[in-house]
Design a protein around this ligand. Structure first.
Ligand code: SIN
Length: 491
């Protein structure tokens, strides 16, 4: 890997704690492998509770000075970090593709996407403000201050190794919080490179601390932070069962929580939709990162009058997708993250076919020359609520199409899930647009649009998809407390 990076120092193999690069105290190592082949190409620390506590000690010690800095100073740091990320865009993209498997073109896009949160929150830092209230009693002044919550623990997933951690760390630092972070066990290298760039940008010691750990040791790291009353907030992106565990276990110290959890997004195409735009939107949202995103459509509902034409146009596009190694220019779908992921996708497809779905294209594992973890981009028709893919996130390149007749019926199906992260629909009827947008029980709705993510927008869910928002000014609020001051005796 070193030889493919213009700046090999980005490939870090130690934890960052109090501005020092350190091995795990146990000296245990975690292998990092290429998802296509499972071949190990790097090692990082397999940290435990002692490393997590050392990181929290450093973040706690750094908090008074960092939170006491004027906001423009914190903003200037974030701007320098943003510039460093852009300067190393190509190396960062290569790291993302190597450890996560998304095609290089998408990885380059992810670097820009993640960097946009850093730039956004650099600007938001200068806009943190309180309020002066009208006092109901003479001789009083009533004021509201916004203060950083304290030490934040950020726990991030593998599907966007750069963007997810950037959009947690950037608002935390902008607000004046200090951070302990643990990236996903499958994709630690990009996060370590980001931390290195933060250091290069002049971040003071202890403000950002990062430890890596295996699936086996992650509970020890996270439990150490859960039990630590100095850690005042947990921000997590990942599965709903883990999110619920964090909510339960942080109750003893009543930490603030932001949870961006699983989804089961419906994508609805009404008869009156522009079908070309709907196919385009579905391609963008469903097949981004090979279908491994929380917001990607999991259930595609197409109204009877548009159904056959929509499926025909979709199949043409999906069958033409180029599947190949992440680092090969022109690849559009890379390998899935690991064997478990491919097994789940295959289980969903086989279950759907057994229950009557028809494979329009794909529908099987692919044996690419460079490894076993590829799955053919797939369209299924005749999907029904009885199929596993209707209630579980498939997290792969599979588009199951359900036929529906009425608006009322499809809203019922769309909302018939414990999850509520994203939903999409296509229609050209203005009245329907407002009705459906209001009826969908999700935190995000794409209306005639498949690419909804933006640093300027609040990203997050309702129901069992979690709470809290990332991005936009709402995303900064998650890292701030509201303090009320009441001054009396003013005559
Ligand atoms: C996710 O899959 O959790 C995030 C996707 C995005 O930011 O668009």
């Amino acid at each position: 890997m070193h030889s493919t990076l213009a700046h090999p120092a980005l490939l870090r193999d130690q934890n960052l704690i109090a501005s020092q690069w350190r091995p795990a105290q146990s000296e245990a190592r975690l292998p990092v492998s290429n998802p296509a082949q499972d071949t190990v190409f790097a090692h990082v620390p397999d940290s435990g509770a002692a490393d997590a506590r050392a990181a929290a000690d450093a973040a706690h010690a750094a908090f008074p000075a960092w939170s006491g800095r004027p906001a423009p100073e914190r903003a200037r740091f974030l701007k320098r970090w943003h510039a460093e990320i852009l300067r190393h865009q190509e190396d960062l993209a290569r790291l993302i593709s190597a450890e996560q498997g998304k095609p290089l073109a998408e990885s380059r896009g992810e670097v820009l996407y993640g960097a946009s949160y850093v730039e956004w929150f650099a600007e938001e830092a200068n806009r943190i403000r309180g309020d002066i209230l009208n006092a109901a009693v003479p001789g009083r002044r009533m004021m509201v201050l916004k203060e950083p919550v304290g030490v934040v623990a950020a726990i991030t997933p593998w599907n966007f190794p750069l963007a997810m951690i950037a959009r947690k760390i950037a608002p935390a630092l902008a607000a004046g919080c200090t951070v302990v972070a643990k990236p996903a066990e499958d994709t630690p290298l990009t996060a370590l490179a980001l931390a290195y760039l933060a250091q290069q940008a002049g971040l003071p010691a202890g403000v950002l601390n990062l430890v890596t750990a295996s699936r086996r040791n992650t509970p020890a790291v996270v439990d150490a932070w859960l039990a630590d009353s100095r850690v005042r907030k947990i921000t997590f992106t990942g599965s709903t069962p883990v999110g619920k565990h964090l909510a339960r276990e942080s109750a003893d110290t009543l930490k603030k929580l932001s949870l961006e959890l699983g989804g089961n997004a419906p994508f609805i195409v009404f008869d009156d939709a522009d079908l070309d735009a709907a196919v385009e939107g579905l391609m963008a949202s469903k097949f981004r990162n090979g279908g491994q995103t929380c917001v990607c459509p999991n259930r595609i509902y197409v109204q009877a009058g548009a159904h056959d034409e929509f499926v025909a146009r979709l199949v043409k596009r999906v069958a033409a997708l180029r599947v190949g190694p992440a680092t090969e220019e022109g690849s559009q779908i890379g390998p899935m993250i690991n064997a478990r992921a491919v097994d789940k996708i295959d289980r969903h497809v086989r279950d759907a076919v057994e229950r009557g779905a028809r494979v329009e294209t794909g529908g099987q594992r692919m044996r690419a020359a460079d490894g076993p973890h590829y799955y053919a981009p797939t369209v299924l028709s005749g999907a029904t609520p009885a199929m596993a893919l209707s209630c579980e996130e498939t997290f792969g390149p599979v588009a199951p199409v359900f036929r529906f007749t009425s608006e009322e019926e499809v809203i019922g199906h769309a909302n018939d899930t414990p999850f509520g992260l994203a939903a999409y629909f296509y229609s050209s009827d203005t009245r329907r647009i407002w009705r459906v947008a209001q009826a969908l029980e999700t935190g995000i709705v794409g209306i005639n649009e498949g690419a909804i993510a933006s640093e300027a927008a609040p990203f997050g869910g309702v129901k069992e998809s979690g709470y809290g928002r990332e991005g936009s000014s709402y995303g900064l609020d998650d890292y701030l407390h509201t303090k009320y001051l009441c001054q009396g005796q003013l005559g």
